[in-house]
Design a protein around this ligand. Structure first.
Ligand code: FAD
Ligand code: DHB
Length: 394
């Protein structure tokens, strides 16, 4: 049996970032990932980073390419009822947001882990966690055809929404909170010049649309679709036509179309598990919570969980502060719930709900009007969008 200090299940952004941070401080980790490296690095997902996430990536030593290639935005636009409203993030909240693809972060972290000679095992199957309620957790798995076992001090469940870690906690020890939305996002990525310098979110009578980007030559676009929609029914041409109809006319006139590199539909969901800790198991990122993508909070919440767990473990190993372990879940959940609230609220503000009546629609319109026409409303949006502060660990 091999011993290590922290076993990390999942090599998504949460798992790799935690491993990278701990390793730099001399805390030994082994990362177990179900998928192949190629698969993990090809997934196209998030693109918008809060300053706290950027700072953490820099602290982890993986900020160099990010700082060279990223796009920094001072604001974003919201279009509804035929009008466009700019949210001046810098002016209202004193912060900017950064565009840099999750795919690139995944590559940067993967390269850094490889360069450090870390123990990172892709294509590990049948991962199972044991005895994490006590002092000596064990993790079993199959790697390269051989059954293996690890003993550790702590297990970090960084294995996403469908992972094994959350599912291993006794059902009566946790409570889950969930909301499923009656639509999804159809997203494409294409090597075309972005339609605008900043992001444009639109609430149109045909449904939500978002114009985003990955670089000055690569665009990311989304449209709200019904849950019954199939990606095979959406040719590139049909997608571009639908997008054009939903965004403001002058923006549509500038739209450059081209063949999609990827096209997929993601359902929208809000989900939280409480607590995010059971014994020596800590749930991190999407393993503990899911947000609908509207507020761009998923990856950013994963980063703030990682920051909290990293700082706690550092003090546990350096100062023997085991009392801090119990602080992980309450610290994370305070920030998680605020991001859950904002993501839920932005989703409500910007989408067309199939089951809404005339009253509900008027309430949505008056929310749009109030929040974009008062300093308090605009500041509330800006403050949440740029990311709420991380709580210090005392
Ligand atoms: P994941 O990325 O899900 O990683 C979990 C890893 O664990 C995976 O590699 C998985 O293969 C592995 N795993 C699972 N089960 C096992 C097992 N049993 N054994 C071993 N390994 C296992 N967030 C933002 O902040 N901004 C955005 O703009 C944004 N846009 C998004 C757009 C889309 C279309 C989608 C789908 C998501 C978006 N998100 C966004 C959310 C963001 O991508 C996620 O929150 C983020 O990937 C969470 O990282 P994670 O490492 O916690 O989980
Ligand atoms: C992106 C996704 C989001 O959900 C969002 O709010 C902003 C940007 C993106 O993929 O670029």
């Amino acid at each position: 049996m091999t011993r290590t200090q922290v076993v990390i299940v999942g090599a998504g952004p949460s798992g790799l970032l935690l491993s990278q941070l701990l390793d730099r401080e001399g805390i030994a980790t082994i990362v177990l990932e179900r998928q192949a490296q190629r698969y993990v690095e090809a997934r196209i997902r998030a693109g918008l980073l809060e300053q706290g996430t950027v700072d953490l990536l820099i602290e982890a030593g993986v900020g160099e390419r990010l700082q060279r290639e990223c796009l920094v935005h001072d604001g974003f636009e919201m279009a509804f009822e035929g009008r466009v409203h700019r949210i001046d993030l810098k002016g209202l909240a004193g912060k900017q947001v950064t565009i840099y693809g999750q795919t690139e972060i995944q590559k940067d972290l993967g390269d850094a882990r490889l360069a450090a000679g870390s123990d990172l095992r892709y294509e590990a199957s049948n991962v199972a966690i044991h005895d994490f309620g006590g002092a000596r957790p064990r993790v079993t798995f199959i790697h390269q055809g051989r059954p293996q076992e690890l003993e550790c001090d702590f297990v970090a469940g960084c294995d996403g929404y469908h992972g094994v870690c959350r599912a291993s906690v006794p059902a009566d020890a946790v409570r889950t909170y969930e909301r499923v939305y009656p639509f999804g996002w159809l997203g494409i990525i294409a090597n075309v010049r972005p339609v605008a310098h900043e992001l444009v979110y639109a609430n149109h009578e045909r449904g939500f649309a978002l114009c985003s980007m990955r670089s000055p030559t690569r665009s990311r676009y989304y449209v709200q679709v019904g849950l019954e929609e199939k990606v095979e029914d959406w040719s590139d041409e049909r997608f571009w036509e639908e997008l054009k109809r939903r965004i403001p006319e002058d923006v549509a006139a500038r739209l450059v179309t081209g063949p999609s590199l990827e096209k997929s539909i993601a359902p929208l969901r809000s989900f939280v598990v409480e607590p995010m800790q059971y014994g020596r198991l800590f749930l991190v990122g999407d393993a503990a919570h899911i947000v609908p993508p509207t507020g761009a909070k998923g990856l950013n919440l994963a980063a703030s969980d990682v920051s909290t767990l990293y700082r706690i473990l550092l003090r546990v190993y350096r100062e023997g502060r085991t009392d801090l372990l119990a602080r992980y879940s309450p610290i994370c959940l305070r920030r998680v719930w605020k991001a859950e609230r904002f993501s839920w609220w932005m989703t409500g503000l910007l989408h067309r709900f199939p089951d809404t009546d005339a009253f509900g629609r008027r309430i949505q319109q008056s929310e749009q009007d109030y929040f974009t026409s008062t300093p308090a409303g605009l500041t509330t949006i800006a403050e949440n969008y740029v990311g709420l502060p991380y709580e210090p660990i005392e």
